[in-house]
Structures are given as structure tokens and as C-alpha cells.
Design a protein around this ligand. Sequence first.
Ligand code: BG6
Length: 478
Amino acid sequence: MTFKNGFLWGGATAANQYEGAWNIGGKGASISDHCTCGSQSSPKRITPVLEKGTLYPSWEATDFYHHFKEDIALAKEMGFHVFRMSINWSRIYPTGLETVPNEEGLKFYDNVFHELSKAGIEPLVTISHYEIPYALVEKYNGWYSREVINCYIRYCKTIFARYQDNVKYWLTFNEINSGTLPLGAVLSLGTVKGYCGPIADVPDEKQIRYQGLHHQFVASAKAVKIAHDKYPHFKIGNMSIFAAKYPSTCNPDDVLLCQKRMRDMNWFCSDIQVRGYYPCYAKRFFDENNIQIVKDSGDDKILRDGKVDFYTFSYYMSACESADPAIVEQAGGNIIGGIRNPYLKSSDWGWQIDPKGLRYSLNEIYDRYQIPLMVVENGLGAFDRLEEDGSIHDTYRIDYLRQHIRQMAEAVKDGVDLMGYTPWGWIDVVSASTGEMAKRYGFVYVNKYDDGTGDLDRLKKDSFFWYKNVIESNGENL
Ligand code: BG6
């Protein structure tokens, strides 16, 4: 058997894309609740003032809030061991500024965890997945302000204490390294106070983003320390986007550029969260980009004391890097940028599909850090066709996942310590990058459409039955 006993098979979601009930049960608005629906050709917008008549897809999403019992039963039927979800910060602290949490919000997750426990499924909880309370964006310009560290820690203390007997696995921030990209200013850092417009056109303010990231590193490390001191049974991980990058050619200029991009995008944040200090290459990067990080005197110690226990990442695509200005063909749609790889095909949204890149990434990450790894997102966003008889024949998705799991198995044989696998959007959810429902990842189809219509019915796709078999056979029957 390739995957170890106790390998955690499951699926991943996030509250802002799944839960809905955006203003029910005392919940406040989060950053995602201010984002409209877009598409591949027309980017979604963020609107500081909520517009009458505009559709905000997170408001209902696919309504886990009212369907959690049914959905957890479906996860159980597939044999899930682990269920990745996030807690909606603004359901617990509606503005992020309260000193007393919202009891109704806390009760909702009591019920979810109770249901998961009845089903024998372990929760894996992302503390912050693109869900900063919008009031903190307005008051503080999001994570740019150090004040937000205190708000986050208050929230962590509340959920750690409340769910200490229900949750063992926690992730401090979803895709923290999205903050190294201009887009990350919107959903991850919330440093878009007053900005109204397409999220793709958000100004590139590196000084603000990297200061915001520093505050997230400190917040993450503080949360880890609290957990280690008070709840020694907790395991706390980071979560990064890992987008494998290859030099376009063996020209040393391409190789050096590729190394730099790997550092800037893939390694920078996790080097800090796993090793507990800023990497050697950060100084030059900051100097060349006129970035001055304001640190408090205790910050370096906080980072050293708050190293994560395991490393998790999302993996969807890879790209090439070229130092040759004449090479202009971009890997269209790849949110990570880069040059198109002629050996790879792309998804309908232009994300380059690269299963072997997953094996490569797992090996690179494990070589660097030597702590357990988990793939907490992976999958194919695709158009699905609902047949008249209610079936959905998503062979393309099965094929994508099969190839990625095969490469994970190769990585395990290479010696990587892999804890588990939670493909993204195991049930259809709203797309983070475009806000669409049409971009579906699930094993379960949700009857919900981009114009907001649909009765939210749940239907099993062919991949549902395939994945059930994968789990049952611990990854042998692919
Ligand atoms: C990751 C995010 O970027 O990728 C998820 O953590 C997101 O929130 C997923 O949904 C897939 O991206 P998209 O844009 O296709 O939904």
C-alpha cells in the first residue's frame, strides 16, 4: 500500500464560497460579501457600498448553512476522513471589533462539528479564508494595520477555547502567499479601503501588501504559540499556493529568473512560517522594491516561537519563466502568471494542468522543510453538463484527479511524508477568482447558477462514485 494507514482523504471548502447566510444569525459582512460575480473575460468587482440589484454570489453561495446535515451525510457516504472548512470570522465577530463573540454564530459551528463527529469525520479548519470582516477593511485598511493582529488573536482565542474538543487540525491563513500578488490585496489582505472596481485592476502597492503580510506572519505565529502552550493536542499548519515553475530553457538567465520567482511566490511566506525567520533573499527583494517593513521589537521572537507543525498547500497549475523579453505568449488565465508550457494542456479557464508538477512540488517542499505535508486543494474547475436524468458525466474531472493522485503516490514512494488530500470544492461552490458558479469542481453538483437561480438541490456526479472507491481502497483503485 502506497498511502499510509490513517491517510486523510477528504475534500475542501471555504465559508465565503459555500456557507451563504451572509447576514443571518448575527453575521456581519466580510470582504467576499462585497464582491460581485464576474467571469473569465469580465473580472469580478469589489464595491465598498453594496449595490441594489447587483448579485453578490457569497450571499447565498451553495448554502451550507441550511444544508450542512445533508452535505455531511454525502461526505460520509464517500467515506471522508477529513472535511476542510473555514470558520467565517464575521459570523463570530461581525465587525471584528466586538469584545464579545456572537453566540448564534458559535452555535452554528457547534452543530457542524457535532454532525461531523457523528459521521466520524475530522474537521480541518482554516481560521481565515478570504473572510476578513469588511468593517476591518473600512476602519484599518485591512491587514495593513497592526491593530488587526489583536482582532485576529481575539477571534482565535474564542474559537480555540470553544472548539478545543472538536477540532485538532487548524490552518492559520488560506493561501497566505496570495498577498505577494496584487490580487491578494483584495481577498486575503483586505488592503483595499475605499477601492471600488474590478479586482484585477487593484493598484499594485507592494509596501502596503508586504507590511500587511508581516502582520499576518506575526498573527499566525502568535496563534501557533497560543495553541502549543494551551492546547498541545492541536496541530497547526500554514497554507500556501504552490505553483510549480520551470525555466523556459536551460539558458542560465531563465534558470536564475525561475529561482527568483519560486522564492518570491512559493517560498517567501512558508520560509517564515516554517523556519521562523525571514529568508536571506528578503533583504534584497525589499531593497529593490523600496519596501520598508515596520516591525515591533518582539516580532522576531514571535516568529521564532510560532513555527507551524505541518505544511499545507493548494496545487492547481504550473508555469514557465523566461528572461527573454521577446517571449510574450503568457500562460493565459494562470493567476500565477508566467509563460505557457508547450508540453501542457490548460483548463477551460486557462490554468495549465500539470500532474507531474505535483510530484515535483511535493519533493521540493519536503526536501526544504522536512515536516509533514498535506495537499489541501487540487482539482479541475470545469463546465459540467446536467443530463435530463440528473446524471453528470464528469470523466474529465476523474481523469485530472486520477493523474494527480498517481503523482502523489510517486512522491510518497520518493519518501515524502504526506498526511492527506482534500480536493477543492468537493461539492460545487462559488469560484474565488471569478465569482462564478459555472466553474465547478465538485463530486456533488449543486443546482445553482450564475444568475442566482437554482433550487440548491444536491446531485451526485460520476466522480462521486469514483472518489468513494479511491478512498475505500486507500488510493489503490484509481
Ligand atoms: C484557491 C482558493 O485559490 O483556489 C479557493 O483557496 C479557490 O478559495 C480555489 O476557490 C480555486 O480557485 P477558483 O478561482 O477556481 O475558485
